[in-house]
Every structure is written in structure tokens, then in C-alpha cells.
Design a protein around this ligand. Sequence first.
Ligand SMILES: [Zn+2]
Length: 485
Amino acid sequence: MAIPQGITLDDIHEAAARLDAGASHPFGEPRKYQAVIHGTRYPPKALVGLAARRVLGHDLTPGDFSSGVGPNQAVAVLQSLGVEIVEIGHADPRFPPAAWIFQGNPDHFDIDGYLASTTQITWLANQHRQLMAKGQTVYLWRNSGRGGAIAGVVAVGVIEGDAESRPDHSPAVPYWKDPMVAAAPAFRVPIRVVEVATAKQVLKSKWLEEDPVCHDLPNLRMRQQTNYLVTSSHADRLARLWAKTGRDFDRSDLLLTLAAYAETFGQEVSKLHGSPVSNTALLAGRAVTSIYSKVMNFRALDPRVPGMGQPNTGQPTKDIWNEFWTGSDIDTGALAAAIGSAMEPGTTPASQEALESEVEHTAPEYSAEGRKRLVIHFRIERNRKVVADAKAKWFNANPNLPCCVCGMSFRETYGDIGEGYIEAHHTEPIATLDLPKVPVMDDLVPVCSNCHRMLHRSGSPDHRTLEARLQARSLLDQRHTDPDA
Ligand SMILES: [Zn+2]
């Protein structure tokens, strides 16, 4: 059995009401997507399974149909009815978005022509329009379309006002392939274009697909929407990539890449996440493939491996090579020192007040070495983004934000001023990590300030050990105070 034809939005709302009332059903927890109705999240498959009752006379069961985005699967059916779909673990629609990706298809609309003609544009607001607000950053993404254009980010803009239902404004009209689309009222949001990429500066989709942070951008995973919320981690990475794409390597980029070359000398050069090339791409704010090419340029300059690598590099790359080439080896000590001094002042970890306390405690140990300092700096920046994402996820699961060790909730204990407050603890201590692991949300647990301090004093980052300790003590207390025990 498949999903029957004829399910309406009313049927979906009816199903949501049944789920609200606690209706039992055989559907499991969703793994990838959730449906949002009036601000509440629902499992898409259960919603559709229960909504089928009016048409069929009975609910569907999990084996009857699939939950996915393909034709006549649950998510696709919900989307076709206008139900908002969000990805689990991605930007939460109840929090202000870090940034947007707005997608366009050159088969329907000449994006390049439009962007060349004006900086005041409008874009269709088909998803999440209630979250769009003045001042938010938008990355404009061009799909490849049938013409095979290079897909990726082609411009950056800022939202100028609210989305309104109206025909498209006149500057856009000539660029629509179908004039009927331009004339039809639809929700459109005004955007001021800040920068349009040259051909060299397009942030290519294929780079983002292999990027250690952006590989799971929502539009790469669920391709048919127009408006995507991106997480703060994605937004941060996109901003850095956008700032550097198509621009020449500067001195610190070249130093970092030479360090990656030194690290991979004599080995196959990998582009995989966690490899020196990938880590350097994160540090330098550049695409993995561009760091890889530059590593290959250095290889071509290395007289130890004649005839290898990619020749034809520019003078700045040769200058850096000559600066650190001793005649028999790369002077990695001098290179580390140079990387250290290329680091901008004011970016040392201790100057950033929003840091996690464990980072503050452990960071100075790394300050001796240039590259390590940069790596740690990067880790901290990234850390802040991951912490913000983790807190949003915890809030979504339980707005009381209880401590995972003692159960204390700042909201329940302190009222208003405790609302939304919790600290994030790294279960993997940064001090013991070798270079450089990018933190992920799963490494974080929510803890109250007391438990957080005690975790660091205990010498074990494992929150379960502290929890066991706390339980043992409370048992002991009961024995002391309860004469019958
Ligand atoms: Zn606690």
C-alpha cells in the first residue's frame, strides 16, 4: 500500500491534533526530518500515516510507505501540502537563523542577468518566511540547470524587509523564462546584494560537497527548496570561504599550506576530513581542493622529488619555498615560528571571553608553537559555533535545559533569569587531544555550573563518573540521616 491520493492539509492538522492528544501509533522517531505545524514538531511519517484515515477509513502502518523525500513518500507529500519540513540537527526554526541559502534555477530564471542589472533584488520566500528579518545574510545559490552552469554561491546579500505576497518587481520581470511566474502573486523578500562573484569567485557546490563543515549543507541534502536556514557553523565557514575564494593566497595561507606539505611529505596526499590538507583548509578559510593544489605546487618545487607535483606556480609560492628550504629539508621550526607571528594580535584564546572554561584552562599550554596555536585558535572559533548549535538542540529537546549530572534546571530554580541558560561540557578533554579534532555536537553534554566546575576539578571529563559519585554520596547521606537504614 502506498500513501493514498487525496490527503488534505486539514487531514494533516487533524493527525497533528491526534498526536497532540497522545494517540498511540506504531511509527518510530524520525531520523532525518521533522514537520513543523504551528510551531510544534511532528514525525512526518506518523503524521501522514494518521492523516490517511479519512481517505482510507484506517491509518497506514510503517511498512506501507516510506518516509523520504521521493515521490509519494511522507516528506514529499507534506511539502506538497505546504507543511514546513526541517532537518533534524540543523538550524532550528525557533532560533534566529545564522544565515540563509536562497536557491535559484537558471532554467526558470536568469540569475546572472538579474544580478548584473541591479543590487536591489527580490527572491521567492517559499519556506520559513516568518523567520526572515531585515539584516540577515543570504547566500544566493545558482543550480546548474539543464545548461550545466557551475552550481554554487554566486552572490551574497542582506535581507532588507519582510516577505510580502505580490507579483515580482519590474526589474526582475525580463529575467523570468515564464512571464506568468513573474506576474503571479507569491511571497517575495527584498534583498540588497552586497557582492556578486566573478567566475573565479563562485563558491562551487563540488567544493562544498567535500568540505569538512559544509558537506552537509541543507540544500545539498534536500535539493528542491528555495530557502534554507543554515547553522552557525555553516554560516561561519561560508563567510570565510566567501571572503577568500578567487583571491590569491596571502602569506599566512602559504605558510600554513607549506606546513601541510611538510606534514605529508613522502606520503600520498589525502583530502579526507581530518587530513593535514583538510585541516589546513579550515584554518586558512579555503576550499580543500585549493589547499590540495597548493600542496602539489610545493611538491613541484621540492628537489627531493623531481618531476612530481603541479608546476607553474606563482612567485609568492616560490618565495615562501625558498625562505624555508634549507637546501636539504624544510625548516619546520622556522616555519612554525613564522606561522605564530603571522597570527593576528588579539586572537589569542585568552582574549575571548565567551570561551568554554575548559578551553581557557588548557589553551595556554599550546601557545609555544605557531601552527598549534593557529589550530587551537581555529578549534575555539569552531567550538563556539558547535556549542551554540548544541544548546539550540538541547533547548529543542527540553526547554528546561536540565543538567545531565544532577538534573538541576536554571529555569526551574531561578525562573526568568535562568531561562535558556546551561553550560556545555566537552566529554573529550581538549588538553589530551592531539591535533586537531574538530569538535562535534556529540562531544558536548549540558551541565550546570557547579557540576561543570567539579568535572574539571575531578580530573576526569566523564560526566557519568561524576554522576555515579553524586549518587553514591546521596546514598551515603541517606544512611547518615536515616536511622532505619
Ligand atoms: Zn549539575
